[in-house]
Design a protein around this ligand. Structure first.
Ligand code: SF4
Ligand code: SF4
Length: 231
């Protein structure tokens, strides 16, 4: 398969599933020694496809000062949709004679360190889907951080996308929105412990049944006006 045909295969699936943004990278552009995957498996795969599905602004608009059940349900359903997208893309790649390994959208495999098989965010940055924002989330030009991600590893010979040169610029909307005061000037300043303490508090109060919040997601439109969120 030519790189152009490989690109067209993924593009068709992305359009069918209403993907907000997607891109591809080679694995040698990424640090993979901390991927929680068998070395043999990784050695056979050369590329990663990163795909983002948008969250619905009307659901995010129901968040005020805490997460709620509507957001929790939407978060889970979006993860299911991402996993179905990963499966569909994996099958299409397999049918073309190549290998595909969809990585679950939200699955913890290292409970002590709260880590999945790999960082979807890190893959997305390398694949040019967006940049790492002050809120430590992947921020896309069109939807801000109001997306969720999935990764499919493959040996399909895809053309790669260049990482974006955009960044948060003058925007600091998420700093004001964060009830845990966890967000700083750069992603390096992000206070994971302060964020997690607030997530535990939300769960302890039974606002939601899992460690999610959504307030810095709601606040982030990638530096654009917030009219689509407030509607
Ligand atoms: S998830 Fe909530 S507590 Fe954590 S950084 Fe975002 S807004 Fe702050
Ligand atoms: S809300 Fe603004 S500062 Fe925060 S991550 Fe998004 S674009 Fe960056």
């Amino acid at each position: 398969m030519t790189p152009e045909d490989a690109w067209a295969l993924v593009a068709a699936l992305a359009a069918e599933h209403r993907v907000a943004a997607w891109g591809a990278t080679t694995l040698d552009r990424l640090r993979t020694d901390d991927f929680l995957l068998p070395t043999d498996t990784l050695s056979r795969l050369t590329h990663a496809v990163s795909l983002a599905l948008p969250l619905l602004p009307a659901v995010l608009a129901t968040l005020t000062d805490r997460p709620n059940r509507l957001y929790e349900h939407h978060y889970r359903q979006t993860n299911f949709a991402l996993d179905r997208l990963g499966l569909a893309l994996g099958r299409a790649i397999q049918d073309s004679g190549y290998a595909a390994l969809p990585i679950p959208a939200s699955q913890i495999v290292d409970w002590e360190n709260q880590r999945g098989h790999l960082s979807h965010k890190r893959v997305a940055v390398a694949a040019g889907v967006g940049w790492l924002g002050r809120n430590n989330l992947l921020v896309t030009p069109a939807h801000g951080a109001q997306i969720r991600l999935i990764t499919v590893l493959t040996d399909l010979p895809l053309p790669t996308s260049a990482p974006t040169r955009r960044d948060c610029g003058d925007c600091r909307a998420c700093l004001e929105a964060c009830p845990g005061h966890a967000i700083g000037e750069t992603p390096m300043d992000f206070d994971h412990l302060a964020c997690f303490a607030r997530l535990k508090e939300f769960q302890r109060r039974r606002d939601v049944g899992q460690y999610i919040c959504g307030l810095c997601v709601r606040a982030c439109t990638g530096g654009r006006p917030t009219t689509n969120v407030e509607r």
